[in-house]
Design a binder for this molecule. Sequence first.
Ligand code: RTP
Length: 155
Amino acid sequence: DQTQAAELERTFIAIKPDGVQRGLIAEIISRFEQKGYKLVAIKLVVPSKEFAQKHYHDLSERPFFNGLCDFLSSGPVLAMVWEGEGVIKYGRKLIGATDPQKSEPGTIRGDLAVVVGRNIIHGSDGPETAVDEINLWFKPEELVNYTSNAEKWVY
Ligand code: RTP
């Protein structure tokens, strides 16, 4: 049924150190929660620089790679897994364009961030990256299986 279909898709979302320090955790979680997505894992961690390099390995040739990894490992990051139909693609829509100067108002970055180097949130960019990132940040037992009351009304 539709509830089962919804459970198939999961994405990795992280509030970066700037978002945590600016007190935007509740605001950002609210947007995913109010949309109708389901939180299945969450933890606050300070990633090591080596871990940040693993997370951003696709960007290792980019000039901003080192600064980006320094930044991600500079303080607490709120790591999450969100579940729901279309959550990977629509999650990126809720987040907005990478550069907050180009993100639409109404998006998380459009409403809450100003520059690309401090764009407060990360979201997996496709199904393969979602699986890789969830496995990098979480152990299988940290993903919680439960039925939320909202599900039968969202789907
Ligand atoms: P994210 O992975 O964090 O969700 O961001 P994204 O897919 O929208 O963007 P991506 O191109 O993968 O870049 C990852 C992060 O690198 C930082 N960045 N800095 N020109 C720059 O200084 C620059 N370009 C990108 C951003 O923090 C971006 O989110």
